[in-house]
Design a protein around this ligand. Structure first.
Ligand SMILES: Cc1cc2nc3c(=O)[nH]c(=O)nc-3n(C[C@H](O)[C@H](O)[C@H](O)COP(=O)(O)OP(=O)(O)OC[C@H]3O[C@@H](n4cnc5c(N)ncnc54)[C@H](O)[C@@H]3O)c2cc1C
Ligand code: SF4
Length: 532
């Protein structure tokens, strides 16, 4: 059996853990050990080649990014079991907007959902810290919609000719849109290159311009600031008595040896992301905790939340040149401020250039075959205008019955039951959905009209679970009877157990969540650093 001793044991090596480890390594002299179930990812030196193979053959750039027998079942759209060093953010697109101040007090403002245990202003310094650590390139939007204490660390990614045209179009519809904040270098940063606009941000950035957690791990390991233990799955946390301290974590190597591993530490940080954090607490049930650890409230694994989206393609009488930095976009947050027409609807808005409807085609709209001059004439005609892609994420309020249970039929190699996800639409979300989605379609129609164009297609993210940028499972709150952790991420039931990021969110907002997962993790790290 392998034994490991640490002052602080961080479970998981995703982006939330990476931010926290950097913070803790700077603010304390305690020994930090990070335990990751998966293997190291494709190293940076191999990413240019991985990109070529992806483009030539559609091959995944991320070999061995998961464990074959470790997956979630049930309603799993939006859940990706990416288990390798760096977690899901090895794959991410790097889009990094903040939540709106209103997200933190939804209940106070609307009577629906829940308030957070802290405000936007409380989180602002940790947002800033996360942005500086990742290197976020951003343009200050109108302060009413985009309040921030300090400016973005990097200048915005350029609003190129295409996006400038689309920004003018949005303003005709009364919409203020600006360069989407992104974890992509607009100038060299932290030894990483400037963005080359080669547009494979996901699945893989070959230049290092996009931040991914492996950069943090490599630097921390090289400087001897942390110990990173890979291929080690934590399977149980062991607590001393009902509300006592966590005394050790136990698990096994996920390599062929399957060797048992025991980790003792003064503090344990559960940064295992959505699903796995709650799953580990549930697996750690014992006689004193028959429903799992940290579960006095019975809410571990409950209140899963996320958002849905409505998207569209809009044909416009503009001249654009599709194919220039297509993964960069404009964002507007003005609709995240308040409900419309007295009902609850808050959403973000993103705008991209698009080539949809403008590619050469062999058959005309009436189905007839086009060859030679006819083919060329059709394509010339179609290439004349422009198409914009639009999308609005809106939030889905969490229901207590949206939850994780065990799937007794599916076990990993060690015999642990895998998580099973159930989604229950919160009645208040279900009641509003039809109206909300029609409002968003109407928004796109009115935007098209303002630009003298037309909506050529609309799509609804029709999955019934709303799990894009999923959150929940270990919700925060001040009352131990209804929440799992306090506002700092400390488990109500175990004073040396901290839970980080997405699982602790009581609501999921209506924009990409990862920057906020990291910022909330940093706030937790600041509390750990202050604790003895
Ligand atoms: C294709 C794609 C594009 C995306 N684009 C964006 C985007 O543009 N913007 C955005 O905001 N978000 C985006 N996301 C979402 C984003 O990647 C995730 O929200 C984020 O990476 C979550 O980070 P995390 O650290 O909280 O958790 P994770 O990345 O899930 O990390 C958790 C880690 O813990 C490890 N672990 C789990 N359980 C255990 C255990 N018991 N023992 C040891 N280790 C364990 C896992 O192996 C994993 O490495 C995207 C996701 C995908 C897949
Ligand atoms: S566009 Fe920029 S961030 Fe995206 S893959 Fe290319 S270099 Fe990386």
């Amino acid at each position: 059996m392998k034994t490991i001793e640490a002052d602080i044991c961080i479970i998981g090596s995703g982006i939330t853990a990476a931010m926290m480890a950097e913070h803790l390594a700077e603010k304390t002299s305690r020994a930090i050990t990070v335990i990751e179930a998966g293997k190291p990812s494709t190293p940076f030196s191999e990413r240019a080649r991985a990109r070529e193979r992806y483009k030539d053959y559609g091959e995944s750039p991320w070999k061995q990014d998961h464990l074959d027998d470790q997956n979630a079942y049930g309603v799993t759209y939006g859940f990706s079991p990416s288990m390798h060093v760096g977690g899901l953010a090895m794959h991410w697109g790097g889009v990094a907007p903040r939540y709106a101040p209103e997200d933190f007090r939804v209940k106070s403002l609307t009577g629906l959902g829940d308030d957070w245990a802290f405000s936007y202003d409380d989180l602002d310094p940790f947002y800033q810290e996360a942005e500086e650590r990742m290197g976020i390139a951003g343009e200050q939007g109108p302060t009413a919609f985009d309040p921030r204490g300090k400016s973005y660390p990097l200048p915005a990614l350029p609003v190129n000719y295409n996006l400038a045209q689309l920004r003018d179009w949005a303003s005709k519809a009364g919409i203020a849109a600006w360069s989407t904040p992104s974890a992509k270098n607009s100038q060299p940063y932290q030894g990483r290159a400037v963005c080359q606009r080669c547009d494979t941000c996901y699945p893989v950035c070959p230049t290092g311009a996009k931040y991914s957690p492996d950069f943090s791990w490599d630097a921390l390991v090289k400087a001897g600031k942390i110990t990173l233990v890979t291929e080690t799955l934590v399977r149980r946390l062991v607590a001393e008595g009902q509300h006592g301290r966590i005394v050790r974590a136990t698990g096994n190597r996920t390599d062929a040896s399957g060797e048992e591993v025991t980790i003792t530490a003064k503090s344990f940080v559960l940064a295992a992301g959505f699903v796995w954090s709650a799953h580990l607490l549930m697996l750690s049930r014992d006689d004193a905790h028959p429903e799992g650890l940290a579960n006095r409230s019975g809410n571990v694994g409950r209140y899963l939340a996320g958002h849905r989206n409505i998207g569209g393609q809009v044909s416009l009488p503009l001249e654009l040149y599709p194919g220039i930095n297509v993964q960069h976009s404009l964002v507007s947050k003005q609709f995240m401020r308040e409900g419309r027409k007295g009902k609850y609807l808050r959403h973000d808005l993103r705008i991209w250039e698009s080539s949809v409807g403008r590619d050469p085609r062999l058959r005309a709209s009436d189905g007839s075959l086009q060859l030679g001059d006819a083919l060329l004439a059709d394509w010339r005609q179609r290439a004349k205008g422009a198409t914009a892609r639009v999308r609005a994420y809106y939030d889905v309020l969490p229901d207590r019955e949206s939850r994780i249970t065990f799937d007794a039929a599916r076990k990993n190699r060690f015999g642990d039951p895998m998580p099973f996800l159930t989604w229950k639409d919160a009645p208040e979300s279900a009641a509003l959905r039809e109206w909300q989605e029609e409002e968003l379609r109407n928004l796109f129609r009115s935007m098209a009209k303002a630009g003298g164009g037309e909506v050529i297609s609309l799509s609804s993210n029709a999955n019934d679970i709303g799990q894009e940028h999923p959150t929940g499972g270990c919700r925060m709150g001040s009352d131990p009877a209804t929440s799992v952790v306090d506002g700092w991420g400390r488990a109500h039931d175990h004073e040396n157990l901290w839970i980080a990021g997405a699982p602790t969110f009581p609501t999921a907002s209506c924009t990409n969540g990862t920057l906020t997962f990291a910022a909330v993790g940093l706030r937790t790290a600041s509390a750990i650093a202050r604790s003895g």
